[in-house]
Ligand binder design. Structure first.
Ligand SMILES: [Zn+2]
Length: 416
């Protein structure tokens, strides 16, 4: 057999048994809930519906449609999304309160995702409850939910800092019940890839039903942690993701990075259509008004933009030299830009394509002029763009409602 030109160590990792793929992976999008919890972000009802439709088009398996107990408008929107019958499982958020669950029953949600703190820091110190009392309450509420024909996703908040014994006890509430899953939350983004995988291995000792993974990005590892955890193999998974990775503080594992990695690096057969990623990303960028940086993986403007001479030279011979992702798989286009780092091969190709003949000396002269032009242009552009960045940062601050405004409202309300 002819030796391949490049070696695939991801494949080796699986073939050597150091990693294995689970039985199934379902994509659970949380852009409408987690994404809206990004400080300052509010999606209108129409925007949520548009995002939900786009998620359905892309083939997402399950969607957090809302947290109906938050407001009447939120409940109306959640219900409207469910009524459209977009073909995904509808998940809704609730605290461990009967009245929150009633709202989910009311809108006919498929799955009630309990926000159930799992670390002692949360249930003992914050909620001031003992584990025993807490278990009794959860058991009652889980049974109540299931009696109404709605599934229970036991969302263990701060699970990544909870005692494994407590996780086992908490999960015991729904272990033998139908239509239940356990959602492990790394609330503060404290996992590393190997600890996430170790943790899931431990959970798998007592939990064989679907496991949902909800990891945060405080150290920039949410996507890596999600994928590493999945590599523990065994069983069925839901991966909790958001478009552009938006969410509380530094966000959560990103839908585009995780789905692209699963399909392209892992060769995993998920339903998700990668060619819809750009549209989804741009839609959420617009509605959240949070710009995607050009160097962002998968959906960044620069992902398939090349300038440097040797890179362009390589790409012209074989795109595999400097691109791991087949550009067509994302429905995107490759492009070359010209600048300080441009090499002669690209200029030659541009001229050849137009049937323009050029000797070596002229080619060198054109190249020099291109470099000079770009250096000059960039200095001017930078001044203009830095003003935009500065005003953008100011504008981000303006988005938040701050303490002074709250005090002003309070004074108005309390006015004699
Ligand atoms: Zn979260």
């Amino acid at each position: 057999m002819e030796r391949p030109l490049v070696h695939d160590y991801v494949k080796d990792t699986f073939e050597s048994g150091r990693a294995s793929m689970p039985d199934s992976i379902r994509i659970l999008d949380a852009t409408l809930t987690e994404g809206e919890q990004t400080p300052g972000v509010v999606f209108s009802s129409d925007e949520k519906l548009a995002i939900a439709r786009k998620l359905a088009e892309a083939g997402v398996d399950a969607v957090f449609v809302g947290f109906p107990a938050v407001s009447r408008e939120e409940k109306r929107t959640s219900k409207a999304i469910i009524s459209e019958g977009l073909g995904f499982e509808s998940w809704g958020l609730c605290r461990v309160l009967k009245e929150d669950i009633d709202e989910l029953i009311d809108i006919d949600c498929d799955m009630a995702s309990f926000i159930a703190p799992a670390s002692r820091l949360h249930y003992e110190k914050r909620l001031k409850t003992s584990l025993e009392d807490y278990l009794v309450r959860l058991e009652e509420l889980a049974s109540y939910t299931l009696e109404h024909g709605i599934g229970v996703s036991l969302g263990l908040e701060d699970a990544s800092r909870a005692e494994m014994d407590d996780v086992a006890k908490l999960s015991g509430i729904v272990r033998d019940k139908e239509n239940c899953n356990l959602l492990i939350t790394d609330t503060v983004g404290t996992f590393t890839p190997s600890s996430a995988r170790y943790y899931v291995d431990q959970v798998r000792r007592f939990w064989s039903k679907p496991l949902a993974l909800h990891f945060h990005d405080d150290f920039g590892m949410a996507t890596a942690n999600t994928l590493a955890a999945v590599e523990a193999g065994r069983g069925d998974y839901y991966l909790y993701l958001t478009v552009n990775g938006i969410g509380e503080r530094c966000g959560a594992a990103s839908l585009e990075e995780t789905c692209a990695a699963l399909k392209i690096l892992y060769g995993c057969n998920i339903r998700f259509d990668l060619t819809k990623l750009m549209e989804l990303s741009q839609l959420v960028e617009k509605y959240s008004s949070i710009p995607v940086i050009p160097t962002k993986a998968i959906v960044g403007l620069n992902a398939f933009t090349h300038e440097t001479g040797p890179h362009v030279h390589g790409i012209l011979i074989d795109p595999l030299t400097y691109e791991r992702i087949p550009v067509e798989s994302l429905g995107r286009k490759r492009r070359f830009v010209f600048g300080k780092h441009t090499g002669a091969s690209l200029i030659r190709k541009v001229l050849e394509d137009k049937g323009i003949e050029c000797d070596r000396e002229s080619l060198e002269a054109i190249l020099q002029r291109v470099k000079e032009r770009h250096e000059k242009k960039d200095a001017e552009w930078k001044i203009k763009n830095n003003q935009i960045i500065e005003s953008y940062h100011k504008s981000v601050e303006e988005r938040f409602t701050l303490e002074d405004e709250v005090l002003e409202i309070a004074r108005d309300v309390l006015k004699p």
